[in-house]
Design a protein around this ligand. Structure first.
Ligand code: ADP
Ligand code: MG
Ligand code: ZN
Length: 507
């Protein structure tokens, strides 16, 4: 008799006992691993501030954001007295987005609003949502809004919105981020008319945000917070020097003047470094020497960030002054001129469109080109050389001139046909003609800008000096500066009266 290995028996034992056992064991390992990661996960609790808490930030702590503050006061008023606004049938914007470079006081302003309005404040940084497990980010958002609704009137503040709000790429790498974003959109849409919850968010880069976030009914009110100008810097320094004993030799104005291009956070940092320096030297008060030291230290730490030197500032003042003066001369009153950097532009002149326009006459386009080239023309006129600061202007002018000749039949000799290569094959001769037409348009615009500026050199010097002194000039200040400068008649004739193409044609 063979007492052999009973394969059939073994196999059936294996399937009924061993496989389930193995399976069970594996499950245990998985559960244990999950548990460990969950425990390691940072516990993100939303920061909750109840009205009147001690660490509260008030308007007095926020300096220099006067334009933004005015706009925000409306929200504060609403949250303080929602019934009143509702009885009037008023609808207050639900979603407010602060955007601007880091360190300009976006988070600070949000905290101040919370405190001033006496509303409950639920704040959470969006970067905390995305590191989470599938679904958890979305759940947190839901929870955050649930709490805020329960305790209305309240403010939900989502800081660093870029972390969840980045434009979705076609092939989504990060489904978790998408889910979180979707949940946020759902919450934003889910507000009833009567709910007294205001949603605020901050982002460093508006252009990277998913356009879905910016649609009406969501973050449809956007407030740009820009680096402070001279007046703003002085005010911010004032806030951060408050409560610090100051020596008599401290010259706040001088410090403000030396810090063009720095943000509120940098200025706070300078004040703090100065206090540390005074402490180390055992001084009873902060002296100018402490501030000089701090300035050097902070500025050196910012190496790649631009601090505009005096020489650069002079060039900028003439460049932007040139744009503004020529705008005025061709009959297009600028809203604002500044030599404070914004985005990649070192300064800019802002025009508001008087009406929405899609059709432009040739004269208007030419006048626009003259304005756009006036920055470089002013540099050349005054300093006898040009900088690379006009690259952006040149690019835009080239694009317009090209479109005028290639597409719109607005060249000087060729006026009734388009010359786009994709329509039909162009002969070499036509191509040459096309290029020379384009160059002629641009050259003429540049010559016109030079002519206008040298003719009005006195006014150019005047606006450059004003920009150096005040850094930003408002519409009223510009009107006053140019009050005795008549719009150029020849220019008005040849160039026509301009209405701007849109905001900010002349960076
Ligand atoms: P952001 O959120 O725009 O990156 P923060 O609001 O976090 O900048 O600002 C950082 C710090 O810089 C603030 O806590 C404050 O000390 C200082 N600061 C920035 N802007 C201002 C300002 N306008 N007035 C006063 N302090 C400011
Ligand atoms: Mg912030
Ligand atoms: Zn320019």
């Amino acid at each position: 008799m063979l007492v052999g290995f009973d394969f059939v028996q073994w196999a059936s034992d294996f399937t009924t006992t061993w496989i389930p056992l193995l399976f069970f064991f594996l499950m245990c390992v998985v559960v244990w691993l999950l548990w460990k990661t969950v425990k390691l996960m940072p516990r993100v609790k939303p920061m909750e501030i109840t009205p009147g808490s001690a660490s509260a930030v008030t308007w007095a702590d926020v300096a220099g954001l006067d334009e933004a503050k005015e706009e925000l006061q409306e929200i504060v008023d609403f949250l303080r007295n929602p019934e009143h606004f509702e009885s009037l049938g008023a609808r207050v914007p639900k979603g407010i987005l602060f955007h601007g470079p880091p360190g300009t006081g976006k988070t600070l302003a949000a905290k101040a609003i919370a405190n001033e309005s006496g509303a409950r404040f639920y704040a959470q940084s969006a970067s905390a949502f995305v590191e989470m497990f599938a679904g958890l980010g979305a759940a947190r958002i839901r929870k955050l809004f649930e709490e805020a609704r329960k305790n209305a009137p309240s403010i939900v503040f989502i800081d660093e919105l870029d972390a969840v709000g980045q434009a979705r790429s076609g092939h989504s790498f990060n489904r978790e981020q998408d889910q979180t974003l979707n949940q946020l959109l759902v919450e934003l849409d889910g507000f009833g008319q009567r709910e007294q919850v205001v949603v605020m968010a901050a982002s460093n880069r508006l252009q990277d945000l998913d356009p879905a976030l910016l649609r009406p009914g969501r973050f449809d009110r956007q407030i740009f917070i820009q680096p402070p100008d001279l007046k703003g810097r002085r005010a911010i320094l004032g806030v951060h020097m408050r409560g610090k004993p100051l020596g008599e030799d401290v010259d706040i104005d001088a410090i403000a003047r030396q810090t063009a291009g720095l943000t509120g956070a940098d200025l706070a940092n300078i004040c703090n470094e100065a206090a540390i320096s005074a402490g180390r030297k055992d001084r009873p008060a902060l002296t100018q020497a402490d501030f000089d030291y701090a300035l050097e230290r902070v500025v050196a730490g910012l190496q790649q960030r631009r601090v505009v030197t005096d020489k650069e500032k002079r060039i900028l003042a003439y460049h932007e002054g040139g744009h503004a003066l020529v705008s005025h001369l061709v009959g297009n009153q600028p809203e604002k001129a500044t030599i404070i950097a914004r985005g990649t532009a070192l300064g800019y002149v802002l025009h508001l469109p008087e009406e929405e326009r899609y059709l432009e006459t040739k004269e208007e386009l030419l006048a626009w080109m003259v304005m756009a080239l006036a920055g470089r023309a002013a540099e050349e006129l005054v300093f006898g050389r040009v900088t690379n600061g006009a690259a952006n202007d040149l690019e835009k002018v080239t694009a317009i001139a090209r479109a005028m000749v290639f597409e719109w039949g607005m060249g000087e000799s060729v006026t009734s046909r388009t010359m786009r290569a994709d329509n039909y094959a162009l002969s070499e001769e036509t191509k040459r003609l096309r290029d020379s037409e384009q160059a002629r348009l641009t050259d003429h615009a540049y010559e016109e800008a030079q002519r206008l500026l040298s003719h009005h050199r006195v006014a150019l010097d005047r606006i450059a000096a004003a920009l150096l002194d005040r850094e930003t000039l408002s519409r009223d200040e510009l009107v006053e500066l140019f009050q005795d400068v008549e719009p150029d008649s020849r220019s008005a004739e040849t160039v026509g009266v301009v209405r701007a193409l849109g905001a900010d044609p002349t960076g």
